[in-house]
Design a protein around this ligand. Structure first.
Ligand code: ZN
Length: 132
């Protein structure tokens, strides 16, 4: 069993803080000690952990990924979203979280971000909690 979160994105490239929603899903699992896998089942999106205190950090990441992988660079994939697939692979499709006393162990400034690279769309995030 795993939990599913739905994320609605509103831009082509957008990092959305989903920390509180992941925290809620883990609470609902009632697991006190274990790990959680947060997995994005999409080829043009990703999930990452980074600073959520200053929103400029996410914006800088979005802008830098766009500079590194521009939308139109003569890619072979003709669907018009080759850059989105590449950004997805750079960021990655999953993260692992430690759960201790029913809470996610995160650094002071860390948050969990869903990364949209080909929005706007309705997206899914899967959360598998393993006790141990
Ligand atoms: Zn494609």
């Amino acid at each position: 069993m795993y939990k599913v979160i739905t994320v609605s994105t509103s831009k082509r490239i957008e990092m959305i803080d989903i920390t509180s929603r992941v925290r809620q899903a883990i609470k609902e699992s009632s697991v006190r000690e274990g790990i959680a896998i947060v997995y994005v089942p999409h080829t043009t999106a990703g999930v990452t952990i980074n600073e959520n205190a200053d929103p400029s950090v996410a914006k800088d990441i979005e802008n830098t990924l766009t500079k590194l992988v521009p939308p139109d660079k003569g890619y072979l994939h003709l669907e018009g979203n080759a850059d989105s697939h590449i950004k997805s692979t750079i960021v990655g499709a999953s993260i692992n979280l430690i759960i201790e006393n029913g809470e996610i162990v995160l650094g002071t400034w860390q948050g969990i971000f869903f990364c949209e690279f080909d929005g706007p769309r309705s997206r899914k995030v899967y959360i598998k909690v393993i006790e141990g």
